[in-house]
Design a binder for this molecule. Structure first.
Ligand SMILES: C[S@@+](CC[C@H](N)C(=O)[O-])C[C@H]1O[C@@H](n2cnc3c(N)ncnc32)[C@H](O)[C@@H]1O
Length: 235
């Protein structure tokens, strides 16, 4: 008799507001026996907080410590997390991995996905990304007609950011943190400061929209981004 293995779900749970989960994500979340989620070194899990209103109370929880920054030294963390999840799947239990925003959009889930997808049946459920949630919260339409839209990581060197932004009609810059000053320098150089909008913790209870010139560069949280809406917006 063949042994039943569990199903793995990478579940996009949106950017923060529990109402921004899809109906599909909610149904799957309630149906599984194991819920895994990333935790920070301080043991906090934003993903768990987002879905807390929907947890049934009798599901097994698997916190997984994942480094926020990907480096070569991150590999053992992903290997260990994948092993933990695989152990439940081998027992025939279905496992959800909670993914803030969308799982395949700069998500840490992707490193687990590549380790597990060949062994276990896997479904990825898309989620509302922070990019979309931020444009909505800021009230700035992102792209019109044939606009070229770019998503850039603030970690890139200033000259790369500048050359890409120079040819984009609209853009979002993520992973700001300590790179905020450098990004502002590039925006100034390109005359984009007027158009750029800053938001932190979009769709979370403590969401803040701050005029970009008033942001304290030493206190830019990880969950923040800059939207540069289409130049056609003002037409
Ligand atoms: C590793 S990426 C994950 C993106 C996520 N998978 C998504 O679809 O939104 C993390 C970056 O996304 C941005 N981000 C994620 N959630 C956010 C939120 N609620 N508000 C503002 N920025 C957010 C930040 O720039 C953060 O540094």
């Amino acid at each position: 008799m063949s042994h039943k293995i569990g199903h793995l779900y990478g579940l996009g749970i949106g950017p923060g507001d529990p109402e921004l989960l899809t109906l599909k994500a909610l149904r799957i979340l309630k149906s599984v026996s194991v819920i895994a989620y990333p935790i920070s070194e301080r043991q906090q899990s934003l993903a768990r907080t987002i879905v807390e209103p929907y947890l049934t109370g009798n599901q097994i929880e698997v916190p997984i410590l994942l480094p926020f920054k990907l480096a070569e030294s991150s590999q053992p963390y992903y290997d260990e997390a994948a092993d933990k999840i695989a152990a439940h799947l081998h027992q025939g239990k279905d496992v959800v991995v909670l993914c803030e925003g969308d799982p395949f959009f700069f998500g840490t889930f992707m490193y687990l996905y590549t380790r597990l997808v060949d062994t276990f049946p896997t479904t990825v459920v898309p989620g509302v990304s922070s990019v979309m949630a931020s444009a909505s919260a800021l009230g700035v339409p992102l792209t019109y007609r044939n606009d070229i839209f770019m998503v850039l990581s603030a970690i890139l060197p200033a000259d790369s950011l500048a050359s890409r932004l120079a040819v984009a009609d609209a853009a979002v810059i993520i992973k700001l943190g300590k790179h905020f000053r450098k990004v502002c320098g590039v925006l100034q150089q390109l005359g984009l400061m007027e158009r750029a909008k800053f938001i932190e913790r979009a769709a979370m209870p403590n969401q803040k929209v701050i005029p970009i010139g008033e942001v304290n560069p030493d206190k830019v949280p990880y969950f923040s981004l800059i939207v540069i809406p289409s130049h056609l917006m003002s037409i």
